[in-house]
Write a protein that binds this ligand. Structure first.
Ligand SMILES: Cc1cc2nc3c(=O)[nH]c(=O)nc-3n(C[C@H](O)[C@H](O)[C@H](O)COP(=O)(O)OP(=O)(O)OC[C@H]3O[C@@H](n4cnc5c(N)ncnc54)[C@H](O)[C@@H]3O)c2cc1C
Ligand SMILES: NC(=O)C1=CN([C@@H]2O[C@H](COP(=O)(O)OP(=O)(O)OC[C@H]3O[C@@H](n4cnc5c(N)ncnc54)[C@H](OP(=O)(O)O)[C@@H]3O)[C@@H](O)[C@H]2O)C=CC1
Ligand SMILES: O=C(O)C(=O)Cc1c[nH]c2ccccc12
Length: 406
């Protein structure tokens, strides 16, 4: 069946977020994604009376938090670092908020700042029309199947760094594994793995937390740690983040690394090796977040969780590791991370992104591309990064809007 194509040109009636109590600003902004990045940007634009429209492919805001994360997820950063602009977290919530409290916050945020995303609206493509000087955004309303186009002066990419699970293609023999294979974004809890031998591949925060959860649920748990990692407590991260407002990263790292060594000592006999650079510099250089330990290390020390080096091959249920050891597993959890796929739908991505879908500009000048395209939340800095990016983007759009009116 041919799909209907409708053209919408800056139609106020179609702009759910128009806010009329300020100057008569006619610039239209399309924001793609209603995660924390998209809703923060829309809320700020609303507060400046800049009309904007948020498009979200799922049926809710914060879909990563509501649909694609495990049950026991807690924020790893203290709540003071995890607010979106204009609204702090409620006093009643704990310092390290639960997933449910964070979701409640997101829902309250959209209601308070009149953010009205068009849900079930998947952005299939965005191209820059040089002649018109506008972005042409092709959208599919997945509820009705209707495809339509929007033209806008500004386009904000807020589709997140976690838009697609990264499934490694370099695991030889993976296709022969007969057991259950699940990516961390589909893992809810370990109840279904009770008494099973489960291998978690990947030792970022997802892998470490899921291993802990599996072990708590009675699974015989192993984890692959193939690279050097920093392990910190959430308090150490908090101290480091506070200090990094005042001191160079190298000094912050010296102090935080000392705390980590005192608390965790040397973990190399358990297969966990620290990088040479300290945790904050390492994150700045590589984008890799330190592992924020919430009990996994204790289980590794007590051998409740086994650590293995890189996978060499998989043959049916048997996995061979780099140290020559072979073990049988019933299930595999791929905690192998994510990739941004914004450069797939943003056809003219070169105005903003590299071929990997990452910002072309170097931090802190990463958020602005050419031709009125921007990004929020694509620099591996989590919610604190989103706070800063959304402010920078909206301030820039606001200034350009005012200039255009003069
Ligand atoms: C398990 C997990 C836990 C995390 N915990 C923390 C934490 O404690 N602290 C922290 O600072 N950071 C944390 N992060 C990082 C996290 O990614 C960010 O904090 C935050 O959710 C990112 O917000 P975002 O809006 O940029 O992206 P997302 O939350 O991923 O939102 C992007 C939205 O865009 C939508 N979308 C994607 N493509 C399209 C399209 N083509 N058309 C329309 N809509 C589209 C998606 O459906 C999604 O709703 C965590 C990440 C994960 C995976
Ligand atoms: N509560 C919280 O705050 C939480 C926050 N998060 C955040 O979400 C983001 C995503 O985290 P996460 O999902 O852990 O993803 P990450 O990208 O942080 O980690 C992916 C891990 O998978 C490993 N990996 C990838 N491919 C392979 C392979 N073929 N064989 C072995 N190992 C492999 C990587 O190793 P290598 O480095 O060698 O490539 C890395 O250890 C991070 O920013 C994280 O901090 C996640 C969970 C909880
Ligand atoms: O949880 C994440 O993915 C984050 O990126 C949050 C975060 C931002 N800055 C940090 C510094 C150290 C540890 C975590 C973070």
């Amino acid at each position: 069946m041919a799909e209907e194509v409708i053209l919408i040109m800056e139609d106020e009636n179609n702009n759910n977020n128009s806010n009329s109590n300020h100057n008569n600003i006619s610039v239209s902004v399309v924001i793609v994604g209603a995660g924390p990045s998209g809703i923060a940007t829309s809320a700020l634009l609303n507060s400046l009376s800049v009309s904007n429209l948020v498009l979200e492919k799922e049926d809710c805001c914060g879909s990563l938090w509501k649909k694609r994360s495990y049950d026991r997820l807690n924020l790893h950063l203290a709540k003071s670092f995890c607010s979106l602009p204009m609204m702090s977290h409620p006093f009643r919530t704990s310092i390290f908020m639960s997933k449910d409290d964070f979701i409640r916050y997101l829902d309250e945020y959209v209601a308070r700042f009149n953010v009205n995303p068009r849900y079930c609206n998947d952005v299939e493509e965005a191209v820059y029309d040089e002649e018109e000087g506008k972005w042409r955004v092709t959208v599919k309303d997945t509820a009705s199947g209707t495809v339509y186009e929007i033209a806008s002066d500004f386009l904000v990419v807020a589709t997140g760094e976690n838009s697609q699970p990264f499934l490694p293609s370099d695991l030889p023999g993976m296709e022969t594994f007969p057991g259950k294979v699940v990516h961390s974004s589909d893992y809810k809890n370990g109840a279904v793995f009770k008494d099973e031998k489960v291998l978690v591949i990947g030792c970022g925060n997802s892998g470490m937390e899921i291993s802990n959860d599996l072990a708590d649920n009675g699974a015989h748990t192993s984890i692959v740690v193939r690279s050097q990692i920093h392990v910190l407590s959430k308090e150490m991260v908090g101290i480091g983040m506070l200090l990094s407002n005042y001191l160079p990263l190298k000094i912050v790292d010296k102090f935080v690394s000392l705390l980590a060594k005192l608390s965790y000592s040397d973990l190399s006999s358990y297969g966990i090796h620290r990088p040479v650079e300290g945790p904050f510099l390492f994150k700045a250089l590589t984008g890799k977040t330190p592992v924020i330990d919430r009990g996994t290390i204790k289980k590794i020390r007590s051998k409740k969780i086994q650590v293995f080096p890189d996978v060499v091959s998989i043959n049916q249920n048997t996995v061979e590791f780099k140290d020559g050891k072979r073990r049988c597993f019933d299930a595999i959890v791929l905690a192998t991370g994510y990739k941004s796929v914004a450069h797939k739908w943003l056809k003219d991505y070169k105005f903003l992104l590299t071929d990997d879908g990452k910002p072309k500009g170097k931090y802190p000048n990463h958020w602005k591309g050419e031709k009125g395209v921007y990004c929020v939340g694509l620099t591996g800095k989590g919610l604190p990064g989103i706070f800063k990016d959304s402010k920078a983007v909206t301030e820039d759009i606001y200034q350009l809007t005012l200039m255009a009116q003069k």
